[in-house]
Design a protein around this ligand. Sequence first.
Ligand SMILES: *Cc1c(COP(=O)(O)O)cnc(C)c1O
Length: 388
Amino acid sequence: MSRVYNFSAGPSCLPEEVLNACAAEMLDYQGTGQSVMEMSHRSKYYEPIIQDAEAMVRKLMNVPSNYKVLFVQGGGSTQFAMVAQNLGIKNKKAAYIETGVWAKKAAQEAAKLGVEVTTIASSKDKGYSYIPRVEKVEGDYDYVYICYNNTIMGTHYEYIPETGNIPLVADISSCVLSEPLDVSKFGLLFAGAQKNLAPAGVTLVIVREDLIPEASECLPGTPTMSVYKTHADNDSMYNTPPCYTIYVLGKVLHWIEANGGAEGMLKRNKEKADYLYSFLDSSDFFRATTEVGSRSLMNVPFLTKYSNDVTKAAAKVAEEEQTAEQKAALAKEKEINAKFVKEAEAAGFINLKGHRLVGGMRASIYNAMSLEGVKALVEFMKKFAAAN
Ligand SMILES: *Cc1c(COP(=O)(O)O)cnc(C)c1O
């Protein structure tokens, strides 16, 4: 068996120990004669699995007792609407910090539901390459919304905005349990599992109990499944939960615990990210796209020297208006990026193609990626730089 180094932004690599443990129990879960995939979610075998997953979230994230931990479906994208439907109900006003695609999508979804969205800060001026500093938020907003780690842009908050009595909502899909986080500073946190926690299929929601409205208080027409209280009142078992995904999630959480918990993950992730960024910062071939002080430990977009002022200017004009020099530079940039991705894949480093909005390449180095994997990638990059 040979495994690749998988730098996918999501779904992403899982710890090998977890995959092996799942494989060992695939046909016969602990003497039950059945796979977890085949179990009734109401059975005496399954209930301890979901209960343990919740207990592990509480333990590893230090979740205060006045918060509910929910497992729901629909991915991070469904939370964009659920946040508005459940929290944007008093003044129907919310403040959003615009730091890229996911924050923007969340704001659009709220606006669609009739919530008055105010963009209180944005990093659009520099292509979302940094996190704007918002010292203090005041106003009659029902909530303030941030995307704590921007998977596509490769940025991450190094501070938590002060919002006083206004609940702070954060999308932590791509950084959940990559570092310690003070849950008490937030009204609601959510994370699609497929980046750092599990296969796709479950979304973790952590919400302060007093913020969970009655179904009748949610925005008009909110479906039962989109009411947080539905899930809170039924221990995430109102309907069939994504049983197997939650089972894997529990195993990943035990792996995190065995590797030092959130503190241990931060140490591991900092080592990896420092190694990669310091290479990028010292290379005259590659460079990172994000500003120091806003850099994600999880998602690292990078460009080559063939992405330059000429290609940047060319990208801003319509194709028929590009000069011959601009066209040639764009073609070279595209060719080098494609060559990198292709040769990397052949060498066992997969999913390094950058998001089309940033261009270039992106290495997602979630919890499960090893330092060894990052070091091997950097070695490959050095060779590529020398040859091109
Ligand atoms: C991947 C991602 C999403 C979207 O998640 P889905 O589960 O695909 O809906 C939302 N926010 C962030 C920060 C993400 O990384």
